[in-house]
Design a protein around this ligand. Structure first.
Ligand SMILES: [Zn+2]
Length: 373
């Protein structure tokens, strides 16, 4: 009997593709992917994985469908509003691949279930929109030895990467050691997310998952792909493993999942903030610009005449900075720089201010030639 998943007219149109073939199709059928978050990313990603003939999908999401989801969460229709995402998604996926096994995880991914849940799958697909869950996925997956296909969206940009310390690649913390929280987080900043861009990023995640499982091509392991949808500029930045990483480095301090590490705070700096908009910062006479981002970000783009002092080194090396000049501290979006400024002010650098919106806002408002990421 021909199984539906092997019927070339229905599910296996890529059977003849080099590097996939029948063997790749069989590998897909024998593989499992945990989708965390059935939103703008998880919908297209799970749709393509189901259509491609994946054997088993775990659906982890605690949420119900809201009207505002429909512009990007393409598994759901107007009739689904108010219902659980896992139920409607399971129905929509099953009609596309009757052989697909679906696990419903209605509580979503939590600190309590994360490691055990992830351990039951070959790969995790991060479809979340908040940093707390992203760090939870990263940490639990690294502890379980399971790779993560990650994507994130911010306004018109998306980033895609594969994180797998067990395969020699970096983890998310190697790039972003601490949870940055607000500003960069769509659900906090309430930045709109383009439905079509979710489709692009979610499809890329499905593609990376299929490549990883079938062994086709070169995975985005050790690379961060950034796509600016407005210009269609793609950057593939090499990102390495950080030997000092708290999770996957030589001397890790994160060796188990502790719930308090994943509490999400939307605004860690309530009230008056010591920050300055880009235009005013540029007009500041005699200011020294201090870049507190990671080395790979510094290599990608920087402000002229800035000095580089990654956030993790500010406390130790602060005395290299002048105390008699205004310091304009910047990062990507203005969150890490606020942390640095807090520390510097406490250490007596009373003229330290944070660049509001970071180098990204500078690029938008003052210098469109600067690459954005
Ligand atoms: Zn790491």
């Amino acid at each position: 009997m021909t199984s539906p998943a092997l019927d070339p007219t229905r599910y296996a149109r890529h059977l003849s593709l080099p590097g996939i073939g029948l063997e790749g199709q069989e590998r897909l059928r024998a593989s499992s992917v945990l989708i965390v978050g059935l939103g703008g990313l998880g919908c297209p990603a799970s749709l393509y994985l189901a259509a491609a003939g994946i054997g088993r999908l775990g659906l982890a999401d605690f949420d119900t469908i809201d009207t505002s989801n429909l512009q990007r969460q393409v598994l759901y229709t107007e009739r689904d509003v108010g219902k659980r995402k896992i139920d409607r998604a399971a129905k929509a996926l099953h009609v596309r691949n009757r052989e697909l096994t679906l696990d419903r995880i209605p509580e979503g991914l939590t600190p309590d279930n994360a490691v055990d849940l992830i351990r039951g799958y070959d790969l995790v697909l991060d479809g979340t929109d908040n940093f707390a869950t992203r760090y939870l996925i990263n940490d639990a997956a690294a502890l379980a030895g399971v790779p993560v296909v990650s994507a994130s969206l911010f306004q018109f940009e998306c980033q895609v990467a594969v994180f797998a310390p067990s395969a020699g690649g970096p983890c998310y913390r190697c790039l972003f050691p601490d949870m940055p929280a607000p500003g960069e987080v769509p659900n906090c900043a309430e930045a709109g997310v383009f439905g079509a861009l979710c489709g692009v990023a979610g499809s890329m995640q499905a593609m990376e998952a299929i490549k990883w499982i079938t062994g086709a091509g070169e995975p985005l392991l050790g690379f961060l792909l950034t796509v600016d949808a407005l210009s269609h500029r793609h950057h593939r930045v090499r990102v390495g493993r950080d030997p000092g990483c708290a999770l996957c480095g030589a001397d890790p301090t994160i060796t188990e999942i502790r719930a308090e590490r994943y509490r999400f705070v939307c605004d860690p700096f309530p009230g008056e903030k010591p920050e300055i908009p880009p235009r005013e910062a540029r007009a500041l006479a005699d200011a020294l610009f201090v870049d507190v981002r990671e080395p790979w970000e510094w290599d990608l783009v920087r402000l002229p005449d800035a000095v580089h002092l990654p956030l993790g080194e500010v406390a130790r090396r602060k005395n290299e900075l002048p105390r008699d000049r205004p310091l304009v501290v910047y990062c990507h979006a203005g969150i890490r720089s606020l942390r640095a400024v807090e520390g510097l002010r406490a250490a007596g650098f009373s003229r330290a201010v944070s660049l509001q919106g970071g180098i990204d806002r500078w690029a938008v408002e003052l210098d469109q030639n600067l690459p954005r990421y």
